[in-house]
Write a new protein. Structure first.
Length: 157
């Protein structure tokens, strides 16, 4: 894409890498801050209308990140392969987090009472299934895109 302001990049490679690291930390910092703000407001029983804007921005960041990672054939920067075992582990963690969140939010001081557990368990199981399905579909898209990108590198003609 042509630069409309006719500005040239004056950064060397090291400065460019540092700039990218700063931008990455900023994105993930904003992502984490929005997530924490949403969770705190939800636990405090704030009406949804008051934090809907944060939720929309958070979801836009999630969709953008997911789309760009998959488009570029990136799963994560860590040494983790997208497979069913890893996806199941992350799904269990997400389900457990929803169970804990639901118990805290709905029960306040007496979370140990059994009447609160069925709803929390149903929410946790639903979250587990939904997260697992989304991660499996994401893994399938990742491997499909990786194959396409690897074929492009092999055929330079």
């Amino acid at each position: 894409m042509r630069n409309p302001f006719h500005m040239q990049n004056k950064l060397d490679e090291m400065q460019t890498q540092k700039l990218l690291a700063i931008n990455s930390r900023g994105f993930w910092g904003a992502w984490a801050a929005l997530l924490i703000a949403i969770i705190v407001q939800a636990v405090a029983d704030v009406p949804l209308e008051q934090y809907m804007a944060e939720w929309v921005i958070f979801m836009l960041m999630c969709v953008y990140g997911l789309e760009e990672y998959l488009r570029n054939g990136i799963w994560t920067s860590f040494d983790v392969k997208p497979n069913a075992k890893t996806n199941a582990l992350w799904s269990v963690l997400a389900g457990a987090a929803v169970i804990a969140f639901t118990l805290v939010r709905n029960s306040r001081q007496d979370w140990w009472q059994w009447r609160y557990w069925p709803g929390a368990a149903i929410g946790g199981v639903f979250t587990f299934v939904l997260t697992f399905v989304v991660l499996q579909v994401g893994a399938w898209l990742y491997y499909r895109r990786r194959d396409t990108l690897d074929q492009e590198k092999e055929d330079p003609e």
